[in-house]
Design a protein around this ligand. Sequence first.
Ligand code: UD1
Length: 417
Amino acid sequence: MSKYIIEGGKRLVGEVSISGAKNSVLPILAATVLNNNINTIFNVPEIIDLKVMIKILSAVGCKVNKLDDIVTVDSRTLDTVRIPEELVREMRSSIILMGAMLSRCQEVEVSYPGGCEIGPRPIDFHLKALKELGAEIEESHGFIYCKGKNLKGADIQLDYPSVGATENIMLASIKAKGTTIIRNAAKEPEIIDLQNYLNAMGCKIYGAGTSIIRIDGVNHLNSVEHTIIPDRIVAGTYMIASGITGGEIVLKNIEVDHIQSIIAKLREAGCLIYNNCTNLKIIGPKRVTPIESLQTIPYPGFPTDMQAQIMSLLTIANGTSIITETIFENRFKHVPELVRMGANIKTVGNVAIVKGVKELTGAKVTAKDLRGGASLLLSGLAAKGTTIIENIYHMDRGYEKLEENFTLIGAKIDRFD
Ligand code: UD1
């Protein structure tokens, strides 16, 4: 079982270049099946979730090539509507292929993704919306069979601005007859990236980044080249690495607009942050200031994908912070692990009360999910002594070159596979 061994207490100083966004590249790769043509995607991150998505595209017959951070997908050879069950189980977000395959093949068969490590994560919004577009959906024995020969544009009201449902509706309605409207759509930057990619392919989508998105159905789609936006969660994670070690880190290849909510909370915590459009310098404080109230909220609010990492920072604040997780119901699995490292955290339902301690101490801990794992790594970097983190495959899903990057800026971190 792979693990990290970290000698904590080193001040991190140096530059880190931020990779392309996981949550952009996955839906965009799913969208490559749409055009029956060649797609070239640049700035692709080297992460496990990408490998799984490439395996799925290959399994449905696409020809996929990867050279460094460039992936080409030729979807002319697609030859099946079945998405392999074991791959859907490996990566829940492969459910995004449902909308894309439905557009391309008028049918798709996919296994039910089931729960995951941060809660049950249902897909009822996705299925309801696809039905509203005219798809026939049958669910049996853990599989979803979806048929949609004559999809028609519809006016779809989401009960919640779900990222995945917004993306699935965009993908499913590309060729639907007439106009589709998504109301209460998710506004995340990754939705805008998907719109830009699809429009470069010849789609007619307007409004991504706002809560109303309009999709006018089209018939013809061309080949496309596209560069993935920088990963705002990876950027936020390195920002906290600087904050928690009292370090001085410069981030390159970032989109400052996308991380404003993180910048605001880290300034509240006492970090000094300077930026121009593509670079950002973050200097950690001598002692972290507590944050009275922090809630995770859909974009442009503070991201749930940064909740665990900022909790790590606040464990060593000079006072008490209160964190409310409003998006996922089971996203505090890192808490008992942080407590093993000396943190003082109590949870009541979806609220965590974090009483800052003077310092954390190294311990043997286990990563339970991707971002929770990142929070343990950050705490290990700041803690006194040695931290051993087990199950680090969770982090491989979403962070590229983690140990190399941290070593380059002064961390003592070793990986054992
Ligand atoms: C995406 C991101 C994930 C991020 C999350 C919230 C990707 C690949 N993943 O996940 O990193 O943490 O957005 O920003 O982009 N819900 C339902 N029914 C549905 C769909 C969602 O009840 O049909 C609920 C979920 O359980 C959750 C909330 O809506 O409580 C938000 O989920 P959603 O925005 O859909 O998250 P994902 O797209 O799965």
